[in-house]
Design a protein around this ligand. Structure first.
Ligand code: NAD
Length: 545
C-alpha cells in the first residue's frame, strides 16, 4: 500500500485513489472511466443482454450460487477490504454486508423463477366471453447501478444479483470513496463464470455517474442523497429512463414507557452508532415517553461508554472512522447546533482526541483530513424545531426527545420530510401495530431496529423524500422486469359488440353494458343478453344500404 505522499501529480488527473479513512493510507487506485468509455460499456452491455436474457433460470442460479462460493472462500479478505475502504469495523462488514448479501443471493437464485413465472389474471366477466389473460415478465435490459459508499458491497452486489436473475445485464458505478470494493464485485462475477460484460464496473465520481445516466441504460437503481437523486431523476427523464431512488432518512425510534428499556437502550446504541451512524436507516431521532426518559437515557449513556472506537480493521472495535471530511463536518455542525439550541451533550460531542495525531497521514488527502473519528454522541433535550432534528446527520449521534401521549409520538415521528424506516418499542403489540401503521415510513419495526435491509425477502424503500420505488423482495424484483399482458379470445367466432360500425342499436348496447356488465355482477349482466344478441346479429348482417 502506498501513502498519499507518493502520488505523482499526473496520475491524479486520471486515477481515482481510494484512502483508508482511519489511516489516510492509500488502499488502491483505478483509472477513471471517461464518458465515451461509459457509453461503450453500456453498448456492450446491451449486446450481451440479448444473449443473457435467453439463458435459463437454472443457468442463472448456477452462476449466482458459484458467485456465493467465491465470496465464501474469501470472507475475511473481502471484509478487510470493506473495513479498509469504508472505515467500518471488520466484524460489521461481515454481519451487515457479507452475510445479508449471501442470503439475498441464495434467495433470489432459488426463487426468482417462481416469482417471475407467467401468471393468470382474473378478468371477471370477460372470462364469460371466453377470454383469458396472463402476465409474462420480461427483463428490462441494461440496469445501471449507482450506489453510495456506506454499504459499498452489499447494496450494489445485491441489486446486481436481482437484476441478473431477472435476465438483465448490469453496469455498476461504485462510489468514488469505495472504488476498490466496486472492482471486487466485478471480480466475483467474473470468477464465478458470468459471461464477459454481463457485469461491468465503471469508475469515477459524480461525472462518471452522470455519464452512465446519459448513456441511457434501461433502468437506473440509485442509492444516495436526495440532492443527487433529484439530479439523476431529471437527467434520466430526458430519455424516459425509469429510476429507483433509495435516498436519505431521519429515522425515528419511539420508546413507550412499557417497553423493555434494557433492550431498547441496546437497540438505540446499535441503531444509532452502527457504521458510525452512516446507515440510511440509522436511528437519527429517539422519542421516549417522558416517565422513562431519564432511565432510558442513563442506560444508553452507560452502554455508549463501553464502546471501543478505532481502526475498523481491528476485531475488537465497535465504531470506526467516518467516511470523509465532508461527512464529519456535517456531524460537527449538527452537534454544535444542538449545543447552541440548549440541548445537553450527555456523552461524546467531539472528534476522538486519541486519534487526532496517531492516524494523521503524512500529507492529508484533499480537505485536510487529519482525524475522521467522531465520538459516539448522546444528546438529551432535543426538540423537533432544532435544525439537526430535521436534516439527515449521517453520523454517530443520538438525539433524544420526549413525548407524553401516543398521538404526540406519532405526530413528532411524522414531522419530517423523510420516511425511510422507523421503530416502535412497547410490550403491547396491539399498540405497537396501531402506531406502526400510522408512521409515514417504508419499513416500520416493532421491538427491532435498522436491520431489515438485511432481509432480502422484504421490500425496501422510502415514503416522502426517502425515495421512489423499491429494492429487495417481490416488489424490488418487479422493478427489474417489464410485465407483458397476453390476452386470448378462446372462442373467436363472433365480432365484439363494441366494434364498428356504430349504430343506434350499438349505442343502446353500450348503455346497457355500462349499467350491467360493468357492475361486475353476473346476475345483472344476464339482463344484457337480449340486447347483446341484437347487436351481434346487426354486426353479422353487415351494413344496410
Ligand atoms: P451521493 O448522492 O453524494 O452519491 C451517491 C452516488 O451518486 C455516488 O456513487 C456518486 O458518485 C454518484 N453521483 C453523484 N453525483 C451524480 C450525478 N450528478 N449523476 C450520477 N451520479 C452521481 O450520496 P453519498 O454521500 O454517497 O451517500 C449518502 C446518502 O445515501 C445518504 O443520504 C444516505 O441516507 C443515502 N443512502 C440511502 C440508502 C437507502 O437505501 N435509502 C442506502 C444507503 C445510503
Amino acid at each position: 500500500m502506498k501513502t498519499v505522499a507518493t502520488i505523482a501529480p499526473t496520475e491524479q488527473e486520471t486515477d481515482l485513489i481510494s484512502y483508508n479513512p482511519a489511516t489516510g493510507v492509500e488502499v488502491g487506485r483505478v483509472k477513471k472511466t471517461t464518458p465515451d468509455e461509459v457509453h461503450a460499456v453500456v453498448t456492450r452491455s446491451r449486446e450481451v443482454f440479448h444473449r443473457w436474457k435467453t439463458t435459463s433460470f437454472a443457468e442463472r442460479k448456477r452462476l449466482v450460487m458459484l458467485a456465493r462460493e467465491v465470496i465464501l472462500a474469501d470472507i475475511d479478505g473481502i471484509a478487510k477490504l470493506i473495513a479498509a475502504e469504508s472505515g467500518k469495523p471488520f466484524g460489521e462488514a461481515i454481519a451487515m454486508e457479507i452475510a445479508p448479501v449471501l442470503d439475498l443471493m441464495q434467495y433470489f437464485a432459488r426463487n426468482a423463477e417462481k416469482m417471475l413465472r407467467p401468471a393468470k389474471i382474473g378478468i371477471g366477466l370477460y372470462a364469460l366471453l371466453g377470454r383469458t389473460s396472463k402476465i409474462v415478465y420480461h427483463p428490462v435490459g441494461v440496469v445501471g447501478i449507482i450506489p453510495a459508499w456506506n454499504y459499498p458491497f452489499s447494496i450494489p452486489l445485491g441489486e446486481a444479483v436481482m437484476a441478473l436473475m431477472a435476465g438483465n445485464t448490469v453496469v455498476i458505478k461504485p462510489s468514488e470513496l469505495t472504488p476498490m470494493i466496486g472492482l471486487k464485485i466485478g471480480e466475483i462475477f467474473s470468477k464465478a463464470g458470468f459471461p464477459a460484460d454481463a457485469v461491468q464496473i465503471v469508475s469515477g465520481a459524480g461525472e462518471t455517474g452522470a455519464a452512465l445516466v446519459e448513456a441511457a441504460p434501461d433502468k437506473i437503481m440509485f442509492t444516495g442523497s436526495v440532492a443527487t437523486g433529484k439530479k439523476i431523476a431529471a437527467a434520466a427523464a430526458k430519455n424516459l429512463t425509469p429510476v429507483v431512488l433509495e435516498l436519505g432518512g431521519k429515522d425515528p425510534m419511539i420508546v413507550f414507557e412499557d417497553a423493555n428499556l434494557e433492550l431498547a437502550a441496546g437497540a438505540a446504541v446499535w441503531g444509532a452508532f452502527c457504521n458510525a451512524g452512516q446507515s440510511c436507516s440509522s436511528v437519527e431521532r429517539l422519542y421516549v415517553q417522558e416517565s422513562v426518559a431519564e432511565e432510558l437515557t442513563r442506560k444508553i449513556v452507560e452502554k455508549t461508554r463501553e464502546l471501543k472506537q478505532g481502526s475498523g480493521e481491528r476485531e475488537d472495535v465497535s465504531i470506526g472512522a467516518m467516511s470523509s471530511e465532508r461527512q464529519i463536518n456535517i456531524v460537527e455542525d449538527h452537534v454544535n447546533d444542538f449545543r447552541d439550541c440548549g440541548a445537553k451533550i450527555e456523552i461524546g460531542g467531539a472528534r476522538s482526541p486519541a486519534f487526532r495525531r496517531q492516524n494523521a497521514c503524512e500529507e492529508p488527502p484533499e480537505g485536510g483530513t487529519q482525524n475522521l473519528f467522531y465520538e459516539p454522541t448522546v444528546i438529551s433535550g432535543a426538540t423537533n424545531d432544532m435544525r439537526p432534528m430535521q436534516e439527515e446527520t449521517f453520523g454517530p449521534t443520538l438525539p433524544i426527545a420526549t413525548f407524553k401521549t401516543e398521538e404526540e409520538a406519532i405526530r413528532l415521528a411524522n414531522d419530517s420530510e423523510f420516511g425511510l424506516t422507523a421503530s416502535v418499542w412497547t410490550r403491547d403489540y396491539t399498540k405497537g401495530r396501531r402506531v406502526a401503521e400510522q408512521i409515514e415510513a417504508g419499513s416500520v419495526c416493532i421491538n427491532e431496529v435498522l436491520y431489515t435491509h438485511g432481509i432480502g425477502q422484504t421490500p425496501w424503500g422510502g415514503f416522502k423524500n426517502s425515495g421512489r420505488g423499491r429494492t429487495h423482495g417481490r416488489e424490488g424484483l418487479m422493478e427489474l422486469v417489464q410485465p407483458q399482458h397476453i390476452h386470448v379470445n378462446r372462442i373467436a367466432l363472433l365480432p365484439d359488440a363494441w366494434w364498428m360500425p356504430y349504430t343506434p342499436t350499438a349505442v343502446e348496447t353500450f348503455r346497457k353494458l355500462a349499467r350491467t356488465f360493468a357492475s361486475g355482477s353476473v346476475i345483472r349482466t344476464t339482463a344484457l343478453l337480449p340486447q347483446l344478441l341484437l347487436r351481434i346479429k346487426e354486426l353479422l348482417r353487415g351494413p344496410r344500404r
